[in-house]
Ligand binder design. Sequence first.
Ligand SMILES: Cc1cc2nc3c(=O)[nH]c(=O)nc-3n(C[C@H](O)[C@H](O)[C@H](O)COP(=O)(O)OP(=O)(O)OC[C@H]3O[C@@H](n4cnc5c(N)ncnc54)[C@H](O)[C@@H]3O)c2cc1C
Length: 1315
Amino acid sequence: MAVLSVSLDAGRVDSIFATYLWRNEMREGIHRHFNTLLNLRPAPQLFNHPMTLFINPSKILHAMASLADGRAAASAVVAPMNLRKPAAGPFTASAAGGWNDPALNMEEGELKKVLQTVTGTRGAMQYIAKVGAPPERLDEIHALVEDVLKRAEQVFSLWIKDSEVNRINQAPRGQAIDLSEDMSVVLLAVDKLYDVTKGVYDPACSPLLQHYKQHLKQSLRGFDVTSVEQDPQAAAIALYAHWGSFILSKDGKTLTKAHDKAGLDLGGLAKGWAIDQCVAALRRAGFNDIFMEWGGDVHVAGMHPTGRPWSVRVMEPPSVHTLQNTVPTPAALGRQESLRRMTDSSGMGPVPRSPLLSGHAKDVFELQEAEAVLADRTASLGLGEEEARPELANIPLRDGASVTTSGDYMQVFWVGDKLIHHVFQSKTKRLMEVSSSGLAQASIVTEGSCMLADALATAALAMGAVPKEARAFLDAVSPRLGGTTVTDYLLYSREGPKVLRHRVRGSEGDVARDVRLSQHEPARVVVAGGGLAGFSAAIEAAKTGARVVLLEKEARVGGNSAKATSGINGWGTLPQARQGVMDEEKYFERDTCRSGKGGLCDPSLIRVLSTQSAEAVRWLMDDMGVDLDELSQLGGHAFKRTHRARPTPSGDPRPIGWLIMERVQAYVREKLPPDQIEIRTSARVVKLEMQEPQENGGSTTHVPAQKTVTGVTYEDMATHEIHTLEADAVVLTTGGYGCDLSSTSLLKEHRPDLLGSAHGGNGSSDLGMPSTNGAFATGDGVKLGLALGALTVDMDKVQLHPTSFVDPKDPVNPTKILGPEALRGSGGILINQEGRRFVNELDLRSVVSNAILTQCKPYVGAEGQVGNVYAWCVLNKEAQQNFGLSALRFYKDARGLFEAAKDFPTLAKDVIGCEPAALKATIEEYAQSAAIGVCLKTRKNAFPVPIAWTDTDLVAARVTPSIHYTMGGLRISAAAEVLEGAQMDRGNLYRKLRPVRRLFAAGEVTGGVHGANRLGGNSLLECVVFGRLAGGRAGTIKQRRPTCLEEEEWTPVTFREVLQTDFKYGVNTMVFRFHLHGALQQAGLAVGQFVAIRGELDGEWLQGFYSPLSRPDEEGYVEILCRTDTAGGQIINFLNAVRPGGECYLKAMGGLRLEFTGSQIFQGKREIKQLSLLAGGTGIAPMIQIVRAYLYHLVGAGAPENEPLPDPATSGVRLVYAAEREFDLAFTDTLQSIQRAYPAYFRHYVVLNKPPLGWTEGVGFVNADTARRHLYYPYEESAHQLFVICGPPVFEMVMCKMLGEIGVPQHAVFAYSNP
Ligand SMILES: Cc1cc2nc3c(=O)[nH]c(=O)nc-3n(C[C@H](O)[C@H](O)[C@H](O)COP(=O)(O)OP(=O)(O)OC[C@H]3O[C@@H](n4cnc5c(N)ncnc54)[C@H](O)[C@@H]3O)c2cc1C
C-alpha cells in the first residue's frame, strides 16, 4: 500500500511540499518510479516510514497518479489556495489570502519588533502566545495570558483543592450549587454538547474513569478489567456517571446533582475555554493578530505579522508498532511510576504523554515551531530525518478560527497485553484500545470556539469508528452546535492509512486545478451583458488567463442584478452553519423542483446549482468581499437559506443586488490588471458572428455542420457606429425579457395575455401587467441565439411578483418598485378590499400572485383613473421591526408608498374602506390560527409575528402582481453551452441536442433551471454558478492539445453531471459525464477503447474501468454508463458521491480501437466490413458504443454525403446479446430503434437464460448454433470479418472457445479481457 499526501509549502514559490508514506510491498517500485519521474531532493532512502520529497508542482499529479496506478491507494491532503504565494502573472494582484511579499521576506530582527512571543507552563502544559505587537507590550501580554490561565485553574482544575469543580464534585445531591460565570458558560456548553452528540461527549463519566484507573492499578498485578460487563461495581457506577445526573438550570446559574458521587472532569473543555478567553482578553486590550496555543489547542485572531494566515501543521500519529516499542511496559517503568502515570491524567493536572511527543504536549504546531519539534522528536526517538517528518497537512486558519487535535497516542498505557488510551467511550462505557483500524486522530477546526473544537475532537475519537463514521458524526453534529461551526477537519486512521478532510462537495483540489488550468493558451472572451452573470463569467474567464471584453448596452452596468433585494440562496454555507440551519442538498433541490413544476427543471442544471450554491456564497463573501451574513426564509423554501447583507450600524438596509454589483466591479478594478477585463458600456450586441458552414471542417456528412460562433457585432449606442469583435468564445449574459415591449417582443409572442392593448398584447385591460424590470430587459440574448438556431425552453413561463407597490401618486406607471419578499416574510398579511385574508402569504410567488389577481379589485384613483388589481399588505409593529425600520422609512416616508393607521378599526374605515367587523373577524381568525400553528383556510403554517385586533401603529401598502422574472430562455447544457437541436435522431445514433460551438450563456437569458416558477433567491445564485461555469469553460477553450486523455497518465478532470437512464437503458443504470479540459477537446479515445476512472471516497481511492458511451468525435466531455447496484463494483460508491465540479481522474486504457476513414472502418491495418458482436453482462457499454459508432459512420450522419451507401450484403453489424433475465437487459429500446432505422445493416438477437413466459428469442446459453444463425457465418477471410466479444471474463473465454470450434480463426476475434 502507498499513500501520498501532498501539501503546499507556505514559504516556497514554486515547490510543493510532498510527504509520502509507503508500505513495504510498494516501496521499491515507487522509489524507482519517482526517481525517473521527478528531480528529487533529497534522494529518498527506503524506510518503512514517512518521507518528504520536494517536487515541482506540475509534476505532482503525475507522481500521484503513477504512485497509485491501480495497485495502490493514495490519499491527498492539499492545503487551501491561500497558503500559496500567488503565481506571477495576471493574477498577482488578486492575492486574496493577504500575501505580502516584502513582509514574507522579513528578517528575524525585524520580526521581533512586530511579533511578541510569550511562553510558560500552566496545569503542567506548555502554552505559547504569539501576538502582533511592539516589544514594549510583551509584559502586558504575559500578564493578560497568565491572568486568564490562573483563573481557569481556580475554576476547573481537579488539582487545586478548593477549585470550583472540586466543590461541585464534593457537593451532596439535591443541593443547588451557585455557579461562577465562567463555570456557567462551560456547563451550558456541556449541556449542549451532550445533547447534540447524543451523549458521546460526556465529561460526567469521570467517576467511572476513576474507577477504571483503580482497576488499571490491578492490571499491574495481572488483571484486565476495563468494562462494565465484567465488573458489577463499574456497572453500578455507570448508573450515575453521566451528565444526566446533573440538573443545570436553564440560565446556567445553578447546578444540582442527582447523585452524591456524580462528578465532573472538565479538563479538555476548560482548556479550550481558557484559550478562547485569552484571545478575547488580548483582543479587548487592542491586539488584533494573535496565536494562542495551550497543550496543543489553538485559537487565532487576525494574521501572522508577515501577512500570511496563521497556520498549523497536523502531524501523523505514530504507528501502533512504534507505540508498542516506545511506550514503556509497567515492568520497565517500575510499579510506582506506572501508577503515577495512570492516575495523574485528569482535570488539567499533569498529563503523562506518549514519549513520541517529546515534551511537547501537543500534536499541532504553528509553522515555524514544527521544525523545532521535529528536530526534537528526531533526537529523542533516534529516528532518521525522513522518519521524523510525518506532516499530514498544513491547515491555514482564518481570523477567529480554532483547531484542536485528539489522538489515541497521547496517554497510552499497557493493560495486560493491550495498549489502552485515555479516551473514554460512553457508548460501551470503556476505555479505548489503540488500534490500526479505528480512528487514531481527529483534528477539528472551528470558526470560533476552541472549547467546542476540543470537545468535538474528543467526541470524534470516542466514536471509536473508522474515519467514514466519524465524518458522518461530525457532519451531523456540527450544524447543531449553534453559534460556532466546524469549518474543517482531518480524520486519520492508520489502516490504509486513510486521511479524511472536511468534504466540500463538488470541489476540486488546488493541485488538480492547477494542472487542469495549465493546459491552455489564453483565450479572447467576449461577455455580452453587465449584470451579475456577466461579471461572474468575466472574472472566472480572467482567472483562467483570458482577456475579456464585457459589452453592456446601457450607460452603466448592473442590470436587474443591481435591483435585487431579497438575496442569494445557498445551502451548507457558513452563515447557515453559524445559525445552526440544517439545510441539505435534498431539501434545496426538492424546493427548487417543486416550485418549478410545470416547466423544465433540468435535473442536471439543478444539481449544478445546488452543489455549487455554498461555493457561490463563499465566492461572493471571501473573494468579492460581500457581507452575506443575514439569513431569511423566503416563500417556498424549507429553510433559512437566502443570504443578504446585514443592515448598517445605524439600521439602514443595504440593498443586496446593488452591493454585490458594486463589489464585483471593485474586484475587477482593484484586484485584476487594468486590461484583463475591459468594460465597454453603451455597447449593444446586435449579432453573433458565425463561421461559414463550408469552413466548418469541410464537412461532407449528411448532418448539417455544427455551428461555431467566432465573435460579436455591437453598436456603439453613443455614435451608432458598428464594430465587430472576434473572440475565441462568447458568453451571453443579457438577462431576461420581462420588459420586452419592442416590435419583436418575446412577451407578445409567448405571453400576449400579460400585455395591454397599448403594447399589442391581448391583455384584458389597456394597462397590461406592470413590470419590476429595467427597460433594458428586452431578451436580446435570446433573440441573438434564436437567430442562429439555438433552442429555447419555457418561453411562456413568466413569473409575476405578487407585491410590487402601487404608488398612489402614479398608479398607472407600468414600471413598479418591488415590494420585497421580506414584507411578507416579516409578518405582513395580505387583505383584500373586503377586509379578508385570501392566501398563505408565504406560499410560492405564483400562488400569491394568482390569488391577488382573482380575489382583489383594480385600483381606482381619485380622478377615476383605473390601475391594476391590488391587495393591501398590512404590517403591525412587530412586523415593521422585523422588516427593518430604516427600510420602512425609505418606502413610507421617502417614497410615500405606505399609509399609516393608529389601529385596525381606523385601518378598516380610513385606509382600506371595508367593514370594521369583517376585518375584525379576519384578524381574530388569524390570531387563532397562529395559536394552533396552522390556518385551516389558507394552510399557512409559519407565523412570523402574532397579530391582534388590539394592535396599534399599523402601516399598509397597496401591492400588485408585476412581471418580475422570465423563466424561459436559451437552453443550455450542464456546461453552460448554448444548445441547438441536432436535427437528426434516426435510429438513436445521435444526440438530440448539441452545443453551438464557442457559445455559452448564463443567468436570466437561459431557461431550464427554474421550470415554471423561480424560487426567490435562486436567480442571483444561478448568475454566479452558471456565470462562473460559463466563464471557466470559455476561458479554457484554447487547449494546446486537441485531445484530453493519455494512456500512460491519469488526467485530473472535473465531474459534470449524472443522468438517470433507467427508462432508457435498463434498470439501475446511470450515465456519468466528465468535463474534458476544453469545451472543444475530444477525449482522444478510439471506438471500443475503454477508460479507467479513479476518485477518492472517505480516504480510499476507488477505481473502475468503463467503455465510454460518448463517440470519440464528441467534444467537451466523456460519458460512461454504469450499473449503480452492487454489480457496479466499489467505484460506484464514488460515482454516487461525486458532485458536479468534483475532482476525478481519467486514463485511457486498451480495447478494440476501431478507426474510421470516410465509410471505411479499420482495426489497426485490417479493414472491417462485417462485424459480429457477442455481448453480455458487464459488456453492454462497449456493445452499444460499437454498434452506434459503426452504423453512424457506415450509413448514418457520419457517413460521407458524396459516397453511395455500402452494400448491405457485404457490410453491417450482427449482435447476439446474452443476459440472465429480461430484467437485466439494457438498451432494449435503443437496439430496437437502430434495427428499425437500419434493418439492412443491423440485426440483433437476445438470448435469456431465465426467460419470462412468452419469450420467443434465444433461451439458455449462447452456443455454436446461435452464433452460426445470428452472426456473420461461415467465416470468410475475404469478407473482412471481425468477431468482438464483450462481457465478463468467463463469458469471453467460453465464447472464444466456441468461435474457434466453429472455424473462426483467432486473428479475427477480439475479446476485451484477452485482446
Ligand atoms: C426588482 C428586482 C428584484 C430582484 N430581487 C432578486 C433577489 O433578491 N434574488 C434573486 O435571486 N433574484 C432577484 N431578482 C432577479 C435577478 O435580479 C435577476 O434575474 C438576475 O440578476 C439577472 O441577472 P443577469 O446577469 O442574468 O441579467 P441582468 O442583471 O439583468 O443583466 C443583464 C445586462 O445585460 C445588458 N444587455 C441586455 N442586452 C444587451 C445587449 N444586446 N448587449 C449588451 N448588453 C445587453 C442589460 O443592459 C443588463 O445590464 C430580482 C429582479 C428584480 C427586477
